[in-house]
Design a protein around this ligand. Sequence first.
Ligand SMILES: Nc1ncnc2c1ncn2[C@@H]1O[C@H](COP(=O)(O)OP(=O)(O)OP(=O)(O)O)[C@@H](O)[C@H]1O
Ligand SMILES: [Mg+2]
Length: 257
Amino acid sequence: MLSLENINKSYGSLQVLRDVSLEILPNEIITIVGPSGAGKTTLLQIAGTLDRPDSGKVLYDGDDLSQFKDKKLSQYRNNNIGFIFQFHQLLPEFTAAENVAIPAMIAGESRKQSITRALELLSRLGLADRADHKPAQLSGGERQRVAIARALINKPKVIFADEPTGSLDSRNRDEICDLITRLRDELGHTFVIVTHDPTISRIADRIVHMADGRITMIEPTRVESDPAEESDSDQQSTDSANPLPEAECEINPSAIA
Ligand SMILES: Nc1ncnc2c1ncn2[C@@H]1O[C@H](COP(=O)(O)OP(=O)(O)OP(=O)(O)O)[C@@H](O)[C@H]1O
Ligand SMILES: [Mg+2]
């Protein structure tokens, strides 16, 4: 579904990504972990087309998006890619329902239809009675769920999240993890999540470890369906030079069955 091929990115003389390749499959939850400065956010931004690589390809269903002009790219992004950030970035002057509906309206849907669908989504996420609240009138966990609803409204192929639980307490973290798993299982969404939070890595099908601008290890490799994927992932796993601390490697085997 999404293929990153030999991505390189530098800021001035600092090379932040070095020849990174990664295949993201439909319907999977991937976490990206690694030390601060490893290049995780940069990789997420490039995979999500918010930034462009210096070289390499970002292929969505075979289309190389790094070649798209800005306008076509932002249209593609709005229709196919969802984002969730650590600090939700909701618009303070709009209600929860309006915040969720905005990407649908940008995509050309009527206000009425967009709001109707936003209310359905909020209700699915347990926020039906908060739809008229503005962000300042919501708790941190509620705001993050609104941000998730907003990321889902255009039924994106893939949702990228950068530290989505970073500002939440453990109860809200668990709730967001349950929610992500449910959305993947029920609606078939794909999630790529940068996180320092071992709770999230527990729900991941694969954990991508990064250090110093490279992928150092992918675990566990989900290989049952595609032999080509198997050889790719194997090759990357054997590269492992820099495994992370124990806590970040924690996985629940049932999550990968
Ligand atoms: N716009 C920029 N200009 C210059 N350097 C940048 C820019 N963005 C990121 N960097 C540098 O690139 C490196 C990788 O940054 P990145 O944000 O991808 O790291 P990260 O793995 O997400 O780290 P963290 O866990 O702290 O969020 C860092 O050394 C950072 O200082
Ligand atoms: Mg980061």
